[in-house]
Design a protein around this ligand. Structure first.
Ligand SMILES: [Zn+2]
Length: 228
């Protein structure tokens, strides 16, 4: 922190999900130094970790946060405050946070009206990248409009300057209106209803099985390499 690295903009805690409260003092220092608070919480442990990330660590975004679904009051809080959850499906399957063979709760989080961004977590560790995560999200029943919303959320939840955000969102808007299966999707959609309709019409999709995520990550590694 004292080094004053210009390229460091946020502060996180990940790994084994121990009690978040013990990190309060170091997060205080990081925030006082101008870093954004973006702790992992509610990945392998329950809602109490998310509450403490909010109340004790001043979280501006929550890494993972999928276990919020265990606590309706927390879901309501996250919806009301629009606090973003940085969701990483492949990582969750790999770590067992979501058991293999079980669908990822990403659609449930969206149905609950939460602000979700899509993320790769640690690409080399989990053998995925952001493109693959979009493919996985599609396999979970998300519509093209949902995918565009996830991309917009990623921009909105970022710490970019407002004009940079607007430029990126305009770019996403430009490419997100497209015809699929004879239907036009755009950003004004009733997500939950459309997801249900879309699931019914499109049937089996690539990525709908967690094992596919692994397959894509190894088959298309070069093609889908992230460019950061
Ligand atoms: Zn992680």
């Amino acid at each position: 922190m004292e080094a004053g690295l210009d390229s460091v903009i946020g502060f996180n805690v990940g790994g084994i999900e121990v009690d978040r409260n013990q990190f309060a003092a170091v997060f205080d220092r990081a925030r006082a130094a101008g870093l954004h608070s973006v702790p992992h919480a509610g990945e392998t442990h329950g809602p109490d970790r998310i509450w403490s990330a909010i109340h004790r660590l001043g979280a501006e975004r929550i890494g993972h946060g999928i276990r919020c679904l265990d606590d309706p009051t927390l879901v309501e809080y996250l919806r009301d405050t629009q606090l973003p959850l940085d969701v990483c499906p492949t990582s969750n399957w790999r770590t067992g946070a979501v058991p293999r063979g079980r669908p990822h709760p990403l659609p449930e989080l969206l149905d609950a009206g939460l602000v979700v961004t899509l993320n790769s977590d640690d690409p080399p560790m989990f053998g995925t990248d952001l493109t693959n995560e979009y493919r996985v999200a599609y396999g979970l029943g998300l519509t093209p409009a949902d995918l565009a919303d996830l991309a917009r959320n990623g921009v909105r939840a970022s710490f970019l300057a407002q004009e940079e955000k607007l430029a990126l969102i305009a770019e996403i808007d430009e490419v997100s209106v497209q015809r699929r299966d004879g239907k036009k999707y755009n950003d004004k959609h009733d997500g939950q209803r459309q997801r249900a309709e879309y699931r019914d019409t499109i049937g089996e999709r690539p990525g709908s099985d967690p094992a596919d995520s692994e397959k894509y990550a190894s088959d298309d590694k070069e093609q889908h390499r992230p460019h950061w």
